[in-house]
Design a protein around this ligand. Structure first.
Ligand SMILES: [Zn+2]
Ligand SMILES: [Zn+2]
Length: 351
């Protein structure tokens, strides 16, 4: 009981702190980003000189940040729609399988390889065509366009656990998990971070096209339509009635789109939150990154985050034999197929 009480107390404290921080953020007028200009990939892991400010200093530096209503509404709607998974009408095993496959595919190929290990850190090389396919899979996860995602992430490495970190975990857990997405924070200003941290990506017309904000509406309409219509049509072709076809299409929409998206969101967000809060440290990095076993498994290797902060360019995040890194297995398979080359590895793997 005591453990349960402490657990709820921690959740309550985190939630209260989150709201205080959000309210504080709307009381100050504006802020300038004081980022040191990094040379893109090579030195983003090098940290600014001087000690990290204290937690209270971090809170003082939380700036006024307008609420990003489109994200609040979008994320809210998806979470509410995902709850339909508990209604038996929307259940189908096909939907569950699609949710699992979609979660694995978009997490491993889209976010982990495409956005993170390839575009953000250049830990491997591939043809433009393969790169664009991976980036498009990342886009389907609805976590910003590749250039902005990469820019935010490079800034995170540059200032990890300091106030300038866009999703600094210092002071508040929920802020690092998803609070920072719900506002237009000063450390995540689109124009500034793209200019400073994604100059290589904004040279590519395909990534510029993906950054256009109006694309999101059509992408979402496309995703919803494809899953619903596919289920509806398959059921009709299989001899089902119109009601059965609508029910099957709805089950694919709920599980294949809403449940899958929410799972992938929380898995990725957990890398920013849990892997900076709980776990063990193999390397004495200047930040507070952790290797978190649960996030390591659920995020297909991204949870070995202390390893990653210690060696950001390594395409392999699991450094011990038991640190399972399924994304690394897929990279190895892609290298074997000749789809990727120049994989950056710990010295031991090169021998
Ligand atoms: Zn981190
Ligand atoms: Zn990284």
């Amino acid at each position: 009981m005591n453990v349960l009480y402490m657990f709820f107390l921690r959740i309550k404290q985190a939630w209260m702190g989150f709201w205080l921080e959000m309210q504080a953020s709307s009381s100050i007028k504006s802020a300038r980003i004081r980022a040191r200009r990094p040379s893109l990939v090579s030195d983003i892991s090098s940290r600014p000189a001087g000690p990290a400010p204290s937690s209270s200093a971090t809170k003082r530096r939380v700036r006024r940040a307008p609420i990003a209503w489109e994200r609040v509404i979008g994320i809210g709607v998806y979470h509410l729609a995902a709850l339909l998974a508990f209604v038996p009408y929307f259940f189908s095993w096909t939907g569950v399988v699609l949710a699992f496959l979609g979660y694995s595919l978009l997490t491993i190929l889209g976010i982990n390889i495409g956005y993170h290990r390839l575009l953000a850190h250049r830990g491997l090389t591939c043809s433009k065509r393969v790169e664009h396919v991976l980036a498009f899979l990342g886009l389907l996860a609805l976590q910003f366009g590749p250039a902005y995602w990469v820019a935010i992430h490079r800034r995170h490495h540059h200032f990890a656990d300091r106030p300038e970190d866009p999703h600094t975990p210092v002071g508040n857990f929920l802020w690092s998990h998803f609070g920072w997405i719900l506002v237009h924070g000063p450390n995540a200003n689109r124009d500034s971070v793209l200019r400073r941290y994604a100059r290589d990506l904004v040279k590519d017309d395909f990534y510029v096209w993906m950054e256009k904000q109006g694309r999101w509406f059509w992408l979402i309409v496309l995703l919803w339509s494809v899953f619903f219509i596919a289920g509806w049509a398959v059921e009709l072709v299989a001899g089902g009635t119109m009601q059965e076809a609508i029910q099957f299409g709805a089950s694919l929409l709920v599980w294949g789109v809403f449940v899958r998206t929410v799972i992938v969101w929380h898995v990725t967000w957990s890398v920013n939150s849990w892997s900076h809060h709980a776990g063990y440290r193999t390397y004495e990095t200047a930040d507070d990154s952790r290797n978190n076993v649960l996030v390591g498994l659920l995020a297909h290797g991204e949870g070995w985050h202390n390893n990653h902060h210690a060696h950001p360019r390594y395409a392999r995040h699991g450094h011990r034999w038991w640190e399972i890194d399924t994304t690394w297995w897929v990279i190895k398979a892609m290298a074997w197929l000749g789809l990727v080359t120049d994989v950056v590895l710990p010295a031991a793997d090169k021998e």
